[in-house]
Design a protein around this ligand. Sequence first.
Ligand code: ATP
Ligand code: ZN
Length: 283
Amino acid sequence: MLRLAIQKSGRLSEDSLTLIRECGISFQSSTYKLKTEATNFPLEILFLRDDDIPGYVRDGVADLGIVGQNVLEEAGCTGLQVEALGFSKCRLALAVPRGEAYESVQDLRGRSIATSYPQLLGRYLAGHGVQAELHVISGSVEIAPSIGLADAVCDIVSSGSTLLGNGLREVETVFRSEAVLIAYAALPPEKQVLLEQLRFRMQAVRRARRHKYIVLNAPAASLDAVRALLPGIKAPTVTPLADAGWVSVQSVVQEDAFWHITDQLRAVGAEGILVLPIEKMIE
Ligand code: ATP
Ligand code: ZN
């Protein structure tokens, strides 16, 4: 039985649960339970504070964990990462009061900075040869300048709206983060096998999220041009339509290239373009 630690309640929780469910693993969860067991995979899920997850996995109390890279790095446990998961993308950023002049990180020399990430920030500042005074606080970092606690802040940002709402301006990116799967370094062989099964499923789910299934009609004369635009996993499926001179083409496209490719497909005569989500994708 594998033991997986995920965040109990916070920004990682919902996406972690969704990923496990999309891997075809069923379990019951409720807000007050601290652990649950899957019904169709040898997996026990522990619900913890995210800051505790790297230590639990480092010590083997949990076999696996899902946590932000920012928390993993701050805890000095980077070596545990086995898979990037593509969600909870955010950055650790330095911000200063909006009205204040700022040209470079050198301007922070000798200033005070509030943060919950003294390790990551300390390393960044040292890398730029800047000495500053760090105030370590565990939450609501953004209000520190307005209450006179610090001159600047270093905090997690995704859209930047919280900074703006607190009269701050983002000036430097200290670290980029996303959610990752981590594993105990000395898993016994039987657990290693289960981990590989889980990773295989997670990769299939992620790949599917990044792709769309596309079906379209095209003049047979345009087939070479269409094929060049839609290489597919191996090659597209091409079937003749009842109308002579037309074919139906089925393939897979990357989500982020989709609109660009669609414009080009239309330009070579494709029409009746259907796009469908893919649930799992195994190469
Ligand atoms: P806990 O109570 O478990 O200690 P927390 O308050 O420390 O929770 P959250 O705010 O829920 O943590 O954030 C958890 C993780 O989600 C962060 O460490 C970061 O990796 C990621 N994260 C934080 N803010 C954002 C955001 N705005 N957008 C996307 N991901 C974020
Ligand atoms: Zn936390």
